[in-house]
Design a protein around this ligand. Sequence first.
Ligand code: GUN
Length: 296
Amino acid sequence: MNMKLIDGKATAESTKIEISAIVNDMKQRGERAPHLAAILVGNDPASETYVSNKIKTCKDIGFESSLIHLDASISEEDLLKSVQDLNNNPEVDGFIVQLPLPKHIDVHRVTEAILPEKDVDGFHPINVGRMSQQMPCYLPATPKGIMQLLETYQIDTVGKHCVVIGRSNIVGTPMSVLLSRNQYPGNCTVTICHSKTPNIADIIKQGDIVIAAIGQPLFVKAHMIKEGAVVIDVGMSRIASDVTKSGFRLAGDVDFDEVAPKCSYITPVPGGVGPMTIIGLVQNTLMARQKKVRFN
Ligand code: GUN
């Protein structure tokens, strides 16, 4: 198979240039730049990396940004106060609460406390409900970024069988909704697989498009993939490596080296979906600044 790499890093870089130009124009007109805030609770190293990448991207494209770093022992009430402060702050256009949260905090309560018009992660039930009814909304950042990659690479999705591996609220479930809609990219026949799916390899092998979002490094092997499939790898796990100086490397949910030769298109890790997640988030923040989504 003549495999093509889907270059998320390059796609993200060119989108960043476009957004920077829009922000520059706003500033020239004397308007305030978009402002993204992020609440980070505790010291999970992966979450710290994700959030600092988001903040860095804001700086690169001329957005204002704020990081609210709270101790892992913070009470749910105090975290909710922090959310309310951002809801009420007219200088903040959108904000996220980085997940996962410590176990003593109810993630649903926190998610519902975010004003839907500032919910640039698209996790609030109002945004999720609007998404599933094809109403104006903020799409969750990773699915939004994946849809843009499919569009950029003009992947033919109509009538294709898309197998989504993983059913998380952040990726698997929204991806399944978006790809089954009657628009491009979409019009797929979608199957969701998960940890209780028997014969998962047989089902994945039926996929013309496979979205791997289970957080199990190197789970998808060559024998599970149909010749010519499009493979989108959402995984980002740190695994031991004897090649790198650090002793670790980033691995996706797909065993790239053995799967890539069978694919028509595949995203690498790193440099595939990851950079596009951040693009989805900053695009939502720009929409929030411009009040593109009406909520009443
Ligand atoms: N944890 C993993 N992905 C995400 C994301 O897109 N947003 C937030 N807030 N937390 C995450």
